[in-house]
Write a new protein. Structure first.
Length: 426
């Protein structure tokens, strides 16, 4: 009886605690987002050939977002339409709505919550798991997460995963879509005062086998820490990840990724330098092995140059890995306007002397210019321009002509209004 009483008392305390923790956040909001972007491409993703002409188009994304927080329940529904202007014939009814997010979160006990449904998995700096918000169609997962957060000790962890199925079968679990079959993750973060933090993540990625004689799901594990320091005018980031397991074509994985960045801010100007290393195969890599690091489900657009030459690994480097050494400068002239430039020097992690044409490491230099202006609340205007100064090795990797004028420009306007907000009384 005594033990039963203690258990009941603990449950009651947990319920009361979770109610008190969430009571201050009780509200219901309906908001929207309209984002339109015009792009001029001549050498975006791959080098332009002599005969290539520039491409121009306008794309847009519109979202209707419902946010609900009351007592022990939180929920978010985000419905979106993504299109390129003119990609449908008039007077034709072509369905185009997508569910970007549709999840419910339940407060279980003090510090614990359970989140389930379609959701964005965004962790750390998004090198492994991100939402790819730059794209009109972003990355979402049908997943389940158990979350713990201790605000007093500045500590939190998440565990969870996803299991994909193409429908509701009567027998078996064979999955034919080009997604992962199973995904599991564990993540934790500890903050030390306000200046620095360390987090670590482990991701199990199970994909469909491409080997007929070995049809079982092939799995790999990626794990590692990332350290962040931000104090006064200095900022440092250092991350290291290791990947092992099997590729979808049954190769043994032994790969790694390192990234380091340092930044100094003087008044309204910040200057930074960093390097990213992603391992790749060498001329001596065994036929049964792979040293290629896969970045899984990231937001690569923010890391390896705005022209997106390196989004898919190992395909975009022909399996030789990547080294990206970059400089970054940003000036904030006012509270509403910023301008910056990034300079990337790209190289293969390993040369490729296996074919008739030897490919050395140096690939080229990319220059990215970006301005960001907020004319008033809920409106954001971005203008960007990029150039790729490629080497002969880039031609062998991506095709096209290095002597062509390879550039890319865009103008993007984002409007994010709040249509309705209701605060629930405690």
């Amino acid at each position: 009886m005594k033990n039963s009483f203690h258990k009941i008392a603990l449950i009651v305390i947990c319920i009361i605690s979770s109610h008190l923790l969430l009571a201050q956040e009780n509200n219901f909001t309906i908001s929207g987002q309209y984002r339109v972007r015009g792009e001029l491409r001549h050498g975006f993703r791959s080098l332009a050939a002599d005969s290539s002409k520039a491409a121009f188009f306008i794309s847009q994304r519109a979202r209707l977002i419902f946010d609900y927080k009351k007592d022990k329940i939180s929920s978010k529904i985000s419905i979106q339409d993504s299109r390129t202007w003119g990609d449908e014939e008039q007077k034709k009814d072509i369905g185009g709505l997508q569910v970007n997010e549709l999840w419910v979160q339940l407060a279980l006990c003090k510090n614990y919550a359970l989140k389930m449904g379609r959701q964005e998995l965004v962790y750390d700096d998004q090198r492994l798991l991100g939402n790819l918000d730059w794209g009109n169609l972003t990355i979402s997962h049908d997943a389940l997460l158990l979350k713990y957060e201790n605000k007093e000790n500045h500590f939190q962890w998440h565990i969870g995963g996803a299991f994909n199925q193409a429908g509701e079968p009567l027998f078996g679990t064979k999955y034919t879509l080009k997604n992962y079959k199973v995904l599991a993750l564990a993540w934790l973060k500890k903050e030390f005062k306000e200046s620095h933090s360390i987090s670590a993540i482990a991701i199990l990625n199970g994909v469909n086998s491409t080997i007929v004689s070995s049809p079982a799901v092939k799995s790999n594990i990626t794990f590692g820490p990332i350290y962040n320091f931000h104090h006064n005018s200095w900022k440092f980031v250092l991350g290291a990840y290791y990947q092992t397991g099997k590729t979808e074509n049954n190769l043994d994985i032994n790969a790694g990724m390192l990234n380091a960045y340092a930044e100094k801010t003087i008044k309204k100007v910040s200057v930074g330098a960093g390097v990213d290393y992603l391992s790749g195969n060498t001329d001596n890599t065994k036929a049964t092995s792979s040293n290629n690091f896969s970045t899984l489900y990231p937001t690569n657009h923010k890391f390896y140059g705005s022209m997106d030459y390196f989004l898919s690994f190992p395909n975009d480097t022909r399996g030789r890995g990547l080294v990206d050494a970059y400089l970054r400068m940003k000036a904030k002239t006012s509270g509403r306007f910023t301008a910056g430039i990034d300079v990337h020097s790209f190289s293969l992690a390993n040369k490729d002397y296996t074919g008739m044409n030897q490919i050395k490491k140096s690939l080229g230099t990319e220059l990215d210019f970006l301005t960001d202006y907020i004319p008033f609340t809920d409106v954001n205007l971005q203008v960007g321009y990029s150039m790729m100064l490629a080497t002969k090795n880039m031609e062998a990797i991506k095709g096209g002509d290095k002597n062509s004028f390879n550039y890319w420009a865009f103008v993007m306007l984002k409007v994010s209004p709040v249509f309705f907000k209701h605060v629930f009384k405690n």
